[in-house]
Design a protein around this ligand. Structure first.
Ligand code: SF4
Length: 425
């Protein structure tokens, strides 16, 4: 049997794309081996969102060349205007939109099952990924993604319901809806449904699996989702990752984000006020060209006013081919670094405060993997709190009610509902 391995860089959408490749290869009789082991074929799903991502993609491709007979580079890096135009001759390129031709590329199109896609168990994952949308028309000034992923396209609801049902039947207890610009799902489909309509269809078409939204932009956010979250607390996770990027309106405008801090703040508070147990996480981009000390202080000041569970902080680096790469007022690298460190520290303080608020509550936790300490598990609560708690091996992959406590290090620990914490927990 031919063997393959996959390494994925970048976002959840890339992970979902890798999953599609994996399902095609398994369906055709290939056997998966861990990346790094000898394999007939190693696939590297690249990312090109920053120069650093290009560098890492090249590094992994070089590593793969030493381990596999055939190396395939796919993903944004090899797309038109991606950062990996020139690759060693031996590496095969698979354009992201041609993923389904992986067997043809490998000369294996007559293999058992062909390229028919199975929607089965996503091995090694308690949470399955379901890609519902591709591409983006927004063109934020720092972002290369619309150039490499193309215009926004939505997958039809009927096929998504079918996939969700298959994932539930395969044993997944949570399905994460992913997309490059998830908020605009449906705009290009007949009758222009929105994400709330899709959630309705998914809830009707499945039994009890819970759904989580992956990162969703505040621009074009479909507000009706909040009602669905409030009405179906067991089926739609009360968590939003709403990328803010900055809180100075001047910088948001230069980023072409199309909202002000006040608008973001209103949306975040609508979510937190209307959805019980809601938690909010975000992305922050510091050191954008033209960011003054005043802009940075506005950012820090506003961040302190919302209960963020996590700040995913990036220091800006110019991406060739984007509008912002042409801006002539860069922030010095040392300032970018020091500002990003300050935001990271603030994020840690905000997260501790959020975790304290949930102490003593019971939340449904998806058990995802063994913790370092024997007999303990790591899992994710419905609202994205990460919890470590003791329990038997049979819990893996299940959703269990866990009473949350606070460890001495400020992290959340838990006990299955019904048991009490010793002092300190
Ligand atoms: S919304 Fe902006 S940041 Fe997100 S993919 Fe589109 S252009 Fe990039």
């Amino acid at each position: 049997m031919p063997t393959f391995s996959i390494h994925t860089l970048g976002c959840r959408t890339n992970q979902a794309d890798s999953e599609q490749l994996r399902q095609i290869l398994l369906g055709a009789g290939f056997v998966e081996v861990p990346f790094g082991s000898p394999a007939d074929c190693a696939i590297v799903n690249t990312c090109t969102v920053t120069g650093e991502a290009d560098r890492k993609s090249r590094q992994i491709l070089r590593r793969a060349s030493r381990q596999a007979g055939t190396v395939v580079a796919t993903g944004c890096g090899v797309a038109r205007r991606g950062g990996l135009e020139s690759l060693p001759g031996a590496v095969l390129k698979l354009a992201p939109e041609s993923r389904e031709q992986i067997l043809e590329l490998l000369g294996a199109s007559d293999c058992l099952g062909g390229s028919a896609l199975r929607y089965g168990l996503q091995a090694g994952r308690s949470r399955a990924l379901l890609k519902v949308q591709e591409g983006c028309d927004h063109f934020c000034s720092y972002c290369i993604v619309p150039y490499v992923r193309g215009r926004s396209r939505s997958m039809p609801a009927g096929s998504l319901v079918e996939q969700a049902r298959a994932l539930e039947e395969a044993g997944h207890r949570e399905i994460v809806l992913t997309g490059i610009h998830l908020a605009v799902w449906g705009r290009d489909l007949p009758e222009n449904p929105d994400l709330a309509d899709l959630l309705d269809r998914l809830l009707q078409g499945t039994r009890e699996v819970r759904f989580r939204l992956s990162s969703i932009e505040p621009m074009s956010f479909p507000h009706r989702i909040l009602e669905r979250m409030a009405h179906f607390p067991d089926r739609i996770c009360p968590h939003l990752h709403l990328p803010l990027q900055h809180a100075s309106d001047a910088i948001l405008k230069r980023m072409r984000r199309d909202y002000t801090w006040a608008e973001y703040d209103r949306l975040a508070r609508d979510f937190l006020d209307s959805v019980p147990g809601a938690c909010l996480t975000t992305d922050i981009l510091v050191g954008f060209p033209g960011e003054t000390q005043g802009d940075f202080e506005i950012l820090m000041g506003h961040l302190r006013t919302l209960p963020f569970l996590h700040l995913h902080v990036f220091a800006y680096s110019p991406r060739k081919g984007t509008a912002a790469a042409m801006y002539s007022d860069p922030v010095p690298e040392s300032t970018r670094k020091s500002r990003s460190e300050q935001v990271i520290r603030l994020g840690e303080r905000l997260a501790r405060a959020v975790r304290r608020r949930f102490r003593g509550q019971v939340r449904p936790v998806l058990v995802e993997r063994a913790a370092d300490r024997e007999g303990e598990w790591l899992g994710t609560a419905d609202n994205f709190l990460q919890v470590c708690f003791p329990g038997p091996p049979a819990l893996l992959g299940r959703i269990v009610p866990v009473r949350l406590g606070l460890g001495e290090d400020g992290r959340l620990c838990g006990l299955p509902k019904g048991e009490e914490f010793a002092s300190g927990r």
